[in-house]
Design a binder for this molecule. Structure first.
Ligand code: ZN
Ligand code: ZN
Ligand code: FE
Length: 752
């Protein structure tokens, strides 16, 4: 096995590469270490245990003068290194490659803000060369105070002295500031009336949160909506005002002990939540948790994270209890960045607004991670990770701009052997999100100072990103099929070039197929020639189209109709009335606004409703999430029969069996588990039959359905048992947030 570690930032001190070299020698690992414009790159080969050892020791034993600003790692196939070497540095890289992500507050800075004797006691914008905002405050390059949103603050003599003293921790710390010279906070009511400023504002805000109020708090990459996470009434009010009925809200905890008290957190999860990127980590709630039920109603997990700026740190320190800290936006709109936006939009939700006078140049949401199969799986790659590049398995000769999909959009720039993936932009279906998308395209091109020679979009004619590409880059636009992009993204995430023979499973809710229908359950054979679609679900209709996505009971009925025909109306298995059944039956059989789909995500939705878990969703993965959580409560190992003929996965036998189980009053947990086991069986069956014909043994697992922990874990395990090499996402999400990486790879294939 090969471990790749990318450490972002200028790791200070000449001792770092020799330190890595010594560690590798000690552990008998082969590979290399080198410096480049984006930081330090390490690759080492050996047994998994030793590689994990190496990873832990890099973080724990690094030389005293070196700092790690970001650390991304992936486990890859061996490359066959014969020794360990310090390689020649590759200093040349695109302009912009040296820009760091926003770095969470370091221990030294936290000590200062905690110390009543320090001149930065309780100073909310404390930072040093080892920490603080970067990506979100830089206007243009080179990285210099004049070109950041700190330009309006002139350093006081004390700060200047620190800034100019080479031995000081704040030597050339561009955002350096203190009580005397730096930014401060102001508290407003929801009508925009100033209440108070500086320390008073902060104290008041903390008290308001304590007393149950909703406060919009300006942070690093945007505003959070904050309230007491133990106060059910406050959380419920926040939910109602934000128009977010049931989707879990992120909770920020004062410290790791308080996370342990409310959740069941594993060692790997602790590593993730404590990591320098400080992402939100999806954790299982403890039975009898004191968190308000409204934080994640009907859901066994929450998104937890720790404070990452002095401002958050001090709020939590004063409150000594967890807070809800959800993105400051109206559902589906981008996170709010400016004061004017906050007063206009957040004042409808928040009762008070705690803002500050350091401008946020770029919006950047919190990142989200889940640990599955003992690996860190990204769900949203944003603050802390962006703009650290993902290394490509080949070099591009021309710069590439990838425009991403419609949902969960990110864009990416491909330059040389790197893909610079943007922060989370979101669903491009409202004017503000579209504006944010265009703003990010312009920003990345300027930041990295390239003009793209190839531009890539999805094939879907209705996607905003596709239309943007057609409008502005029609002379150099290539369109890449959605599920091919998913698979290429997963391959690149495992350092496998896109022209290598791989079997790809791309399972998601929806994606535009080359035949104009909706795909989403693809088994693809990837080779030098491109991709071949070899298997997919038997198509079924979605009565009402998008309406069926919001109301899985419609999809459930459609699946029953496929299986039982007209008799479906006689079954008393769905919550639908006789009239509704007749209505949907008419729509389906006469093809009235009932598009065909083969989306695996839709099958999960339909089953979730069929067994009574969720008939109407309030956010788009809800039915599948509840199906997974039900299945997690069962240890059932059985599965349902299925048929695959001529590349069509026929689920009707399974549906028949599920209806039998329902009639026999088998608990929904067991049915849910058997369904997951069946999907696993289908993947194994298809993999084995393709391997028999082609000899291909590598299996890429991509698409949003693989955010499902049971499925990903079981498929991974079973594939290994059968001698396959499963590839799962490690640095980019398997959902549509990873599409832009796959699009960059597709442009690279075109070059060849
Ligand atoms: Zn610091
Ligand atoms: Zn100062
Ligand atoms: Fe997708």
């Amino acid at each position: 096995m090969r471990l790749r570690v990318s450490i972002s930032g200028v790791v200070q001190g000449v001792g770092f590469r020799p330190f890595i070299y010594r560690l590798a020698q000690e552990l008998h690992l082969n590979g290399y270490v080198l410096n480049d414009a984006s930081g330090v790159l390490i690759e080492a080969e050996g047994g998994e245990e030793k590689l994990n050892d190496l990873l832990g020791r890099i973080e724990n034993e690094k030389p005293g003068n070196s700092k790690i600003f970001g650390l991304q790692f992936s486990f890859l196939e061996e490359a066959g290194f014969e020794k360990f070497e310090i390689r020649q540095s590759r200093e040349n890289g695109p302009k912009g490659a040296s820009i760091l992500p926003d770095i969470s507050a370091c221990e030294d800075c936290i000590e200062e803000v905690k110390n009543p004797k320090d001149r930065r006691f309780l100073y909310l914008f404390t930072n040093c060369t080892n920490c603080g905002p970067r990506f979100t405050i830089i206007n243009s390059l080179p990285y210099d105070r004049k070109k950041t949103s700190m330009k309006d603050f002139t350093m006081c003599p004390d700060c200047s002295a620190e800034y100019t003293t080479p031995t000081d921790r704040r030597f050339h710390a561009q955002p350096n500031a203190c009580h005397v010279c730096g930014p401060w906070v102001s508290l407003y009511d929801s009508y925009g009336k100033l209440i108070c400023q500086k320390e008073d504002a902060f104290e008041r805000a903390v008290n308001l949160i304590r007393r149950g109020h909703i406060v919009a708090v300006k942070g690093i990459g945007g505003y959070h909506l904050v309230c007491d996470a133990l106060n059910d009434e406050s959380v419920q009010r926040l939910r109602e005002k934000k128009n977010r009925e049931e989707r879990p809200l992120a909770v920020m905890f004062p410290d790791i002990e308080s996370v342990r008290a409310e959740t069941e957190i594993s060692q790997m999860e602790e590593r993730a939540i404590n990591s320098v990127e400080k992402p939100i980590v999806i954790l299982k709630k403890r039975e009898g948790t004191s968190l308000a039920a409204a934080v994640s109603p009907g859901n066994s997990t929450i998104g937890a994270f720790l404070p990452y700026s002095p401002l958050h740190y001090i709020i939590l320190k004063k409150l000594r209890q967890p807070i809800v800290a959800t993105s400051g936006n109206i559902t589906d709109e981008p996170i709010v960045r400016e004061e004017s936006e906050a007063f206009e939009r957040l004042s409808k939700i928040a009762e008070f607004i705690l803002t500050h006078n350091r401008e946020i140049v770029r919006r950047c949401d919190d990142s989200v991670i889940r640990v599955i199969s003992g690996k860190q799986v990204p769900i949203r790659r944003s603050r802390g990770f962006v703009p650290v590049p993902v290394i490509l398995p080949f070099s591009l000769s021309k710069p590439v701009l990838a425009l991403g999909p419609q949902m969960n959009n990110t864009i990416a720039l491909g330059i040389d052997n790197k893909a610079f993936i943007s922060q989370h932009i979101g669903d491009l279906d409202n004017p503000l999100a579209m504006e944010f998308f265009e703003e990010t395209v312009r920003d990345f091109l300027k930041f990295f100072d390239v003009s793209p020679k190839v531009v890539v979009s999805d094939m879907h004619p209705g996607y905003y990103s596709t239309r943007f590409g057609e409008k502005h880059y029609s002379d150099r636009l290539i369109k890449v099929q959605h599920h091919f992009a998913h698979t290429l993204s997963c391959m690149a995430d495992n350092d496998i070039p896109g022209n290598t023979e791989v079997i790809g499973f791309a399972f998601d809710g929806t994606g535009y197929g080359t035949d104009g229908t909706i795909w989403g359950s693809e088994a693809l054979i990837i080779s030098e020639e491109g991709y071949r679609r070899v298997c997919h679900l038997r198509p079924f209709r979605l009565p009402g189209g998008d309406k069926a996505v919001k109301e899985p009971c419609r999809t459930a009925f459609s699946l029953l109709f496929e299986t039982f025909g007209d008799e479906a109306a006689e079954l008393d298995l769905s919550p639908l009335t006789g009239k509704e059944k007749a209505f949907f039956m008419n729509m389906i059989s006469n093809n009235i606004n009932s598009p065909l789909t083969t989306g695996m995500g839709r099958l999960f939705d339909g089953i979730s409703s069929m067994i009574g878990l969720k008939h109407k969703v309030s956010y788009h993965t809800q039915a599948a999430v509840l199906l997974e959580q039900a299945a997690l409560r069962s240890g059932e190992t059985g599965s349902y029969p299925f048929r695959i003929e001529e590349g069509i996965i026929d689920y009707r036998e399974m549906i028949r069996n599920i209806t039998d189980d329902l009639r026999d009053e088998i608990p929904c947990e067991i049915i849910a588990r058997k369904f997951h086991n069946t999907v696993t069986d289908i993947i194994i069956y298809i993999s084995e039959s393709i391997r028999k014909d082609t000899g291909i043994g590598r299996i890429a697992l991509s698409g949003g359905v693989f955010q499902n922990s049971i499925l990903l874990e079981n498929v991974n395990l079973k594939l290994k048992e059968k001698g396959f090499i499963p590839l799962m996402h490690q640095n980019v999400p398997s959902n549509d947030g990873g599409i832009s990486l796959g699009q960059v790879v597709a442009a690279g294939l075109q070059e060849k």
